[in-house]
Design a protein around this ligand. Structure first.
Ligand code: ADP
Length: 145
C-alpha cells in the first residue's frame, strides 16, 4: 500500500492542487491531503471552510482523505504511516524551495518527496492569485475545482 500525504495551506484549494491529487492517484494507492495550520500566516478562507470544501470534492473517492495538522509535515506523515510526500512544482522558484524541504524531510524521517510538474495551463494559478482576485470582488470560481 503506497500512501502519500499532500501537504499545503490550500488557502484556497485550486484546480492546480486538484490536478496534482488526481495525477498522484496514478502513482499512490491513497493520498491524505494535509491542511497545515500555520499560526504565522494570515488565512483568508477559514480553516473549517477549507476542510469542508476539499472534503466535498473527494466525497466519493475513498482513496483521498483530508485532515488538518499542526507541527511538522514529517510528523504528520509518520503518524499516518505515509511513505511519501507529494508536492507540485510550477517554476524554478518552487523547485529550489522544494529541494531544500525535501532534503530536510528525508534526513529527518527517511520519507521521500515526489514532485509532479504542473500542467502548463495551470502554471500561473496560485492560492495567492486567487485570494487577491477574491479580495477585489472578482469571481474566482474558474480556479476552484
Ligand atoms: P504551501 O503553503 O505549503 O506552499 P500551497 O497550498 O501553496 O502550500 O501549495 C501546496 C502544494 O501545491 C505545493 O507543492 C505547491 O507547489 C503546489 N501547487 C500550488 N499551486 C499549484 C498549481 N497551480 N499547480 C500544481 N501545483 C501547485
Amino acid at each position: 500500500m503506497k500512501r502519500a500525504i499532500f501537504p499545503g495551506s490550500f488557502d484556497p484549494f485550486t484546480i492546480g492542487h486538484h490536478d496534482i491529487v488526481m495525477r498522484g492517484l496514478l502513482i499512490f494507492d491513497e493520498i491524505i491531503i494535509g491542511i497545515g495550520r500555520n499560526y504565522n500566516k494570515r488565512e483568508t478562507f477559514p480553516l473549517e471552510e477549507r476542510l469542508a470544501a476539499i472534503q466535498r470534492i473527494y466525497d466519493n473517492d475513498s482513496r483521498v482523505r483530508v485532515e488538518v495538522y499542526d507541527g511538522l509535515t514529517v510528523d504528520f506523515a509518520l503518524k499516518h504511516h505515509a511513505q511519501f510526500i507529494l508536492r507540485g512544482v510550477r517554476s524554478t522558484l518552487d523547485f529550489e524551495y522544494e529541494r531544500n524541504i525535501a532534503e530536510a524531510n528525508k534526513q529527518l524521517s527517511g520519507i521521500e518527496t515526489v514532485l509532479l510538474y504542473t500542467r502548463p495551463e495551470y502554471e500561473h494559478i496560485s492560492s495567492t492569485l486567487v485570494r487577491d482576485l477574491h479580495s477585489h470582488g472578482k469571481d474566482i470560481s474558474q480556479y476552484l475545482p
